[in-house]
Design a protein around this ligand. Structure first.
Ligand code: CA
Length: 360
């Protein structure tokens, strides 16, 4: 009797063929699966949510707490506005002054400049550590009142300023502990002001990003600035000198000085330096649109034709912040994401935008 395991030549051929077919089917199945994954991640990647100064609709802007909340809400990117301290540290703060969001005037009387404002560049990081961060206030003849009265109470609880490094470490730490890959979206604030003070803010930020592993366009970082001059310097000198390639974003306000960018030729020029375009949202859908007459500009079309993504700002829920041509924040998102075809929004309320995209 032959042992059972000895196969005849023809049996071997059949078995080999079966294995080959199985292997082919497996390969096919894995291929289809990979393709599906790629397609779905591409679709998701097309529409992103950037948490504007964190979940700033719910907690004081640019605090680590506001960033952690935005992370937990599922934002794709968290924004950092970056300014420099007297001792050359990078601080996450929207303004080059401290008066709108801290108690600086009470803690350091007599340190304001001639215009009555306290500048970050005049304080060391150790000094800045003593300040408390509050929900944004406006000052009318010494009367401080909340910019958004229905948001977090001004002065409540205990919030502190933080450095760019501290924030990146928190985001990267949460990426590790959650298995997610949330990106960062730093802005070079007032580069001309910093240069006038003898500081090269852009180079300091790029070096910091490089130190934390952001070195290529595949890394989840967009570096943004309102200054076209600075964008050119970043593209032509600072990034090549640092040996890195990062996604750059040109921010645009409704000011006269940006008008040249908003036409086809201007957009071509910007696209030589930028990977993305961050316009004030009324430049995409005109503020005087009505429910029956939504006026969408050619800006997104021009940007896409030149390979740039478009991430307009700022999408808010507060009273008076949802335009009259829509009935809700979600209807506004529907128009911008899917009629105007933008790629992402800067929003103070990232949970609402994340839920909107997930439910659609
Ligand atoms: Ca910003």
């Amino acid at each position: 009797m032959l042992p059972l395991l000895v196969l005849s030549r023809s049996d071997k051929t059949v078995l080999f063929m079966r294995l080959s077919i199985l292997n082919f089917r497996l390969t096919l199945a894995v291929g289809v699966l990979l393709m599906a994954t790629t397609i779905s991640s591409q679709v998701q990647a097309q529409k992103i949510v950037v948490a504007h100064r964190g979940a700033s609709g719910y907690l004081p802007e640019h605090t680590l707490q506001a960033k952690a909340m935005a992370f937990a809400m599922g934002a794709d990117y968290l924004e950092q506005d970056v300014v420099m301290t007297k001792d050359g540290q990078l601080l996450v703060l929207h303004d080059i002054t401290l008066d709108r969001t801290t108690d600086v005037a009470a803690i350091y009387p007599g340190r304001a400049r001639g215009d009555g404002r306290n500048y970050v560049i005049d304080f060391t990081l150790a000094e800045l550590r003593q300040l408390h961060v509050n929900e944004a206030v406006r000052d009318r003849n010494g009367e401080r009142s909340a910019v958004y009265p229905s948001r977090f109470p001004v002065g409540a609880s205990a919030f502190r300023l933080n450095t760019l490094a501290e924030e990146i470490e928190m985001i990267q730490g949460m990426n590790r502990s959650t298995g997610r890959d949330v990106g960062i979206y730093p802005e070079v604030k007032s580069p001309e002001f910093h240069r006038a003070e003898g500081r090269d803010l852009s180079t300091a930020i790029v070096q910091m990003l490089k130190q934390y592993g952001y070195t290529s366009k595949q890394d989840k970082v967009f570096l943004q600035t309102f200054s076209f001059d600075e964008l050119k310097i970043l593209h032509d000198e600072i990034l090549p000198d640092a040996g890195v390639e990062l996604n750059l974003v040109q921010l645009v306000s409704g000011e006269e000085s940006y008008k040249w960018m908003l036409v086809e030729e201007g957009m071509k020029t910007v696209a030589q330096y930028a990977d993305g375009f961050g316009p004030e949202k009324s430049l995409i859908i005109a503020s005087d649109s009505t429910k029956g007459d939504i006026i969408i500009s050619d800006l997104v079309k021009f940007a896409h034709a030149n390979g740039m993504q478009v991430h307009p700002y700022t999408f808010r829920l507060d009273t008076g912040q949802v335009p009259q041509y829509v009935d809700s924040y979600e209807e506004m998102l529907e128009l911008f994401y899917f009629e105007a075809d933008i790629d992402g929004v800067f929003t103070d309320f990232p949970d609402r935008a994340v839920n909107f995209l997930n439910n659609r």
